[in-house]
Write a protein that binds this ligand. Structure first.
Ligand code: P9H
Length: 226
């Protein structure tokens, strides 16, 4: 029997959440190890598990994989979510990279000082509306999936991203009817519907506790507000 997939990260979304989504799409269940204190991280450094001293870490097929994108590509490739040929794959990667850029911008808001937040949010919203949403709205015209008429990593990331956008900026996708109906369709697929139910391995939005844990682990010196 194949060994179980093990994810090592914080008990929060961060850079691991897209991996959780993609494994869900692939129908692969996984175990999770949550880092809660500096010693947990130190242990991983000491045993040589982390090539660049960073998490996410994913143990799969007897390997210890790091680097989020490399991990996503491996899962996509293995579970047939990376298109039928090279040309599909490059398109999937283009869409996926765009979505990861957008999600990364939103993720990094977490570490943005309060005084810079408004400007950053404005910039992200403008880019979402003028740069990103039009691409996906157009790509989904008359088709269920972004590339090659079948589900790929790009669709999974678009679903994740569309839900994050609605959570962060309510109403932002309501005028993008193709994206909206894509989201409705995708969330009705049983594996995703289940993942979206309480009690699944999907993580809630980041909170102060998550920030505190990450800070303590990496000694990140973001000034703490009184
Ligand atoms: N290229 C946590 C929450 C939100 C956003 C980022 C970090 C990068 C990949 C230790 N890992 C704060 O910045 C923590 C990466 C992976 C790699 C790490 C160090 C990060 C975070 C933890 N930092 O995509 O996999 O940056 O291990 O010494 O660099 S996650």
């Amino acid at each position: 029997m194949a060994e179980r997939v093990v994810l090592t990260y914080f008990d929060g979304r961060g850079k691991m959440e897209s991996i959780r989504w993609l494994l869900t799409a692939a129908g692969v269940d996984f175990d999770e190890v949550f880092l809660t204190k500096r010693e947990d991280y130190q242990q991983l450094l000491d045993d040589g598990s982390l090539m660049f001293q960073q998490v996410p870490l994913v143990e799969i097929d007897g390997m210890k994989l790091i680097q989020t994108k490399a991990i996503l590509n491996y899962i996509a490739e293995k579970y047939n979510l990376h298109g039928k040929d090279l040309k599909d794959r490059v398109k999937i990667n283009m869409y996926s990279e765009g979505l990861m850029d957008l999600m990364e911008m939103i993720l990094m808001l977490l570490w943005t000082p309060d005084e810079d937040r408004e400007t950053k949010v404005k910039n992200i919203k403008t880019k979402t509306k003028e740069r990103y949403l039009p691409v996906f709205e157009k790509a989904l015209a008359g088709t269920k999936y972004l590339v090659g008429g079948r589900m790929s990593m790009a669709d999974v990331l678009l679903l994740e991203c569309s839900l994050i956008l609605e959570e962060e900026f309510p109403g932002i996708i309501c005028e993008s009817s193709n994206i909206k109906s894509f989201q409705t369709r995708m969330t009705q697929i049983p594996t995703f519907a289940k993942f979206l139910q309480p009690g699944s391995k999907k993580k809630p939005p980041h909170d102060e506790n998550f920030k505190k844990t990450v800070r303590e682990l990496f000694f990140i010196t973001v000034p703490l507000r009184p």
